[in-house]
Design a protein around this ligand. Structure first.
Ligand code: SF4
Length: 225
């Protein structure tokens, strides 16, 4: 079964309902700046460096690659085995939301330790919102032992080897009701035509929206519905 929302679409939806709609129905018009692309690359490099600390890790994305809807069943095949294992890009689907976890360690009792890797130097609210969605989805699929965010601490000051690891399990559990409400609201948005949301300060925070050039034209795509 395919998914409707992903982590990135959910985060987009928290910023703007129109951006969510465009992300789902017309993502090809998104435009990212060179600086945004460099930031994505830096994030990937940092994530790879953390994954290197799990030398036995199995990359779920290696075979299905862009067919992300195949990730949850492949992930389940590994997690159903009665043995410890480290997985990269493990997929979980619940409530029409697909999330891919950067690093998952299956403990001997079947519970999961999850590590979400962020390259920023500060544990931002956006990182926490992102983690809260993942915790919501994964906890409806498997028992979670702990959910940690890994961010870019300064070596010798904030964390060892530049990896600052913070366990947010209790905080994230407390947000489940809010997450469920947000998902329901986003599904409702996607049942209708493009929202007429006007541009404003929200187009820049917390991220520069990739649809600013489009919204500045003042047109909406009503023909789909
Ligand atoms: S440019 Fe602004 S109004 Fe348009 S989709 Fe992005 S955040 Fe929403």
């Amino acid at each position: 079964m395919g998914h409707l929302l992903s982590k990135s679409k959910y985060i987009r939806g928290l910023q703007c309902d129109r951006a969510l709609w465009l992300d789902v129905y017309n993502p090809r018009i998104a435009r990212y700046s060179a600086e945004q692309m460099r930031r994505f690359d830096r994030g990937r490099e940092y994530e790879y460096a953390f994954k290197d600390t799990f030398p036995e890790g199995i990359d779920i994305s290696a075979e299905p690659k862009r067919n992300v809807d195949a990730y949850p069943s492949l992930t389940a095949q590994f997690l159903d085995r009665e043995e410890e294992v480290d997985l990269f890009e493990a997929g979980f689907l619940f409530d029409d939301v697909l999330v891919l976890a950067d690093v998952v360690h299956r403990n001997a009792d079947g519970s999961l330790d999850i590590y979400e890797v962020k390259s920023g130097n500060v544990l931002s609210d956006t990182y926490k919102r992102d983690a809260a969605l993942q915790h919501y989805v994964i906890s409806h699929c498997r028992a979670i032992n702990k959910f940690c965010i890994v961010y870019n601490g300064v070596d010798g000051v904030n964390g060892s080897n530049g990896f600052n690891i913070v366990d947010l399990t209790e905080d994230l559990e407390a947000q489940h009701d809010e997450i469920a409400r947000n998902i329901a609201a986003m599904k409702e948005i996607l049942r209708h035509g493009e929202p007429a949301t006007p541009t404003g300060q929200h187009c820049l925070e917390p991220y520069a929206c990739p649809y600013q050039h489009y919204c500045a034209q003042g047109v909406r795509q009503m023909s789909l519905f």
